[in-house]
Design a protein around this ligand. Structure first.
Ligand code: MRU
Length: 347
């Protein structure tokens, strides 16, 4: 993959600052938990799987930075860092999933010395990173089987290389189909208000020489009606036990449009995005972001001073509108809860 989104180098976290794309490619060397928390909150690193990897590396970084002499003090340093990271963004469950895995390392090795545990935290974070790479490839292979040749895919936000440690979830399907020699065309929704589709999806697909056309979000209905879209593929931030899907705001509208135009609506996500503790989508916490993102998008004021703004970052698509969920363990169709039980080891 041509894009290195997140990595671990010389005991520090390396991040491509996505707020500067598509005009500037700049890497940040993260050497403090507060800087990492800010990077997650301000979407320098974003996308559910990448947020999970960032949090895991963050817990490892907390171990590296800790000067504690005793296990008790060391554990406290790492736990405090994990609390800071846990409070950054509420919707993507991968963040909490990854931090729980890191916490398990602390809990299951009570007799380890500080240096030994430090090594184990780094090893676990790198395992999470490496697993994400392999999962993307499997999602890609499973999803590509669903795509005819030629195919025109509409996607929303960015569920690609920039949202994972490898080549994405929704876009993994596109990349794999392209590798298989299929003729793939992508319509990328611009994705207001932060333009992840225009800035990020278009950037990485262009880099990979995949045919991509950006449309404003309000053009999707018309593009579908014109017969230009064969299927919709999006990622997910959290999937409830019944198959309801939280993803970037606007996804629900797209699912309704896809149903109205009899176009398949696919969700591509790792199993770590499924949250069996949440029964229905309306229990998923939805992040509300600053009004500024709408009133002063990318620097220019576009809303009169003092006007109220509502800025939820995600919405929930009911499972009834989802044709299939593409995971690393296979393609799951309704009834989703039953399908999840077959592939999730502990459910
Ligand atoms: O606010 P963002 O940019 O983090 O939102 C990202 C999305 O909604 C993605 O579609 C989702 O995280 C899946 S990424 C594989």
């Amino acid at each position: 993959m041509a894009v290195r989104t997140i990595d671990w180098e010389d005991d520090r976290i390396l991040l491509l600052d996505q707020t500067l794309l598509p005009t500037e490619e700049k890497y940040l060397r993260i050497d403090s938990i507060d800087v990492l928390a800010e990077a997650i909150q301000s979407l320098r690193v974003r996308g559910a799987p990448a947020i999970g990897v960032a949090a895991a590396l963050g817990a490892a970084l907390a171990g590296v930075l800790s000067r504690a002499g005793s296990r008790e003090a060391f554990d406290l340093d790492v736990r405090n860092a994990m609390d800071v990271l846990r409070a950054t963004r509420p919707t993507a469950v991968n963040l909490f999933w990854a931090l729980n895995r890191m916490k398990t390392i602390l809990l299951t090795n009570p007799l380890d010395s500080v240096p030994d545990l430090r090594k184990k935290l780094i090893a676990e974070a790198l395992t999470i990173l490496d697993e994400d790479r392999r999962i993307c490839r499997r999602i890609g292979r499973n999803g590509a089987n669903l795509l005819q040749d030629p195919i025109s895919v509409l996607t929303h936000c960015n569920a690609g290389a920039l949202a994972t440690a490898d080549y994405g979830t929704a876009l993994a399907v596109v990349y794999t189909a392209h590798e298989q020699g299929k003729q793939v065309k992508v319509f990328a929704d611009e994705t207001r208000p932060l333009l992840q589709g225009a800035r990020l999806t278009a950037w990485e697909l262009q880099k990979s020489k995949i045919d991509v056309t950006v449309i404003c979000d309000n053009m999707a209905a018309s593009v579908m009606k014109s017969g230009l879209v064969d299927c919709v593929i999006v990622g997910a931030d959290r999937i409830a036990a019944n198959g309801d899907v939280a993803n970037k705001i606007g996804t629900y509208g797209l699912a309704l449009l896809a149903r109205a135009h009899e176009i398949p609506f696919y969700v591509a996500a790792p199993l770590s995005t499924i949250d069996m503790s949440i029964l229905h989508g309306d229990q998923i916490p939805i992040e509300i972001r600053a009004a500024q993102e709408i009133t002063h998008g990318f620097g220019k004021q576009t809303v009169p001073e003092g006007v109220a703004v509502y800025n939820p970052a995600f919405d929930v698509t009911p499972h009834t509108l989802v044709s299939a969920i593409i995971t690393e363990a296979g393609v799951i169709r309704a009834p989703f809860q039953e399908g999840f039980h077959h592939v999730l080891p502990s459910s």
